[in-house]
Design a protein around this ligand. Structure first.
Ligand SMILES: C[S@@+](CC[C@H](N)C(=O)[O-])C[C@H]1O[C@@H](n2cnc3c(N)ncnc32)[C@H](O)[C@@H]1O
Length: 227
């Protein structure tokens, strides 16, 4: 059981409308195949956030079958998206999801471990800052115990004013309270997630909002480091 009652989730989700028929069918395909993807209420929130901020360069860590990357690309026709995944079962499906749709041409799909890829991207950016403009929106939706490492590198690739949104920070409630079912098995992930949440909240140069929407979201704005 999650930390929000099923009644609340069902009520909120009843107002969800997919962006279009194709994405609606693609969501169903992901759900039927038990492939993890952004929850409906998370998508609705991201939709609003993207409309408000209109990012031009999006970085996503955790592609799976490519649902959220396609959602970003279709939502923002002027944006380019870089998305990263390492799972050999997901990669071919994501590849064909992008090839089959016109928005796929704006999606740069990088395969391999995100920590290595992000490290390479930071090096490339340091070597040629002009050729690598900052990302203005980052979505972290991958290995829960690595959020701190992903965040540290993502912030180097993003500029002041950029948003970094982290999904699943409450991990079914385990982050809050160990009595939630399943928490004991995920002790290490919980420990790292708690440390990450404390870290971002201690930083004076970040504006942080923790939301209980979906599986929990951290919305982080990188402020001017001088302040
Ligand atoms: C929750 S799914 C992503 C869902 C996707 N954002 C969506 O909404 O359609 C998480 C993905 O992160 C990937 N992942 C986890 N740890 C990773 C890592 N260290 N490097 C690259 N990919 C990773 C997994 O393979 C999985 O496909």
């Amino acid at each position: 059981m999650g930390f929000t009652s099923d009644k609340v989730t069902d009520y909120i989700s009843s107002f969800y409308r997919p962006l279009d028929e194709d994405l609606g069918r693609f969501r169903e395909f992901n759900e039927e195949n038990d492939v993890p993807l952004i929850l409906k209420e998370t998508e609705s929130f991201l939709s609003l956030l993207l409309e408000m901020t209109r990012p031009k360069r999006i970085l996503e860590i955790g592609t799976a079958y490519g649902y959220s990357a396609l959602f970003f690309a279709r939502k923002l026709p002027d944006a380019v998206i870089t998305t990263i995944d390492r799972n050999v079962h997901m990669i071919p499906v994501a590849d064909s999801s992008f090839e089959d749709r016109p928005e796929g041409s704006r999606i740069d799909f990088r395969t391999g471990d995100a920590e290595n890829i992000l490290e390479e991207m930071v090096e490339e950016m340091k070597a040629d800052p002009e050729g690598h403009p900052p990302y203005d929106f980052v979505f972290i939706d991958a290995g829960k115990s690595h959020y701190r490492a992903f965040f540290d590198m993502a912030e180097q690739l993003a500029g002041p004013g950029s948003l970094i949104v982290c999904d699943n920070i409450l991990m079914h409630g385990w982050t809050v309270d160990r009595s939630y079912e399943g928490a004991k098995r995920h002790r290490t992930n919980v420990k790292y997630m708690r440390q990450f949440i404390e870290y971002i909240n201690e930083r004076k140069d970040l504006t942080v909002s923790l939301l209980s929407s979906g599986d929990g979201l951290a919305v982080i704005r990188l402020n001017d480091r001088q302040k």
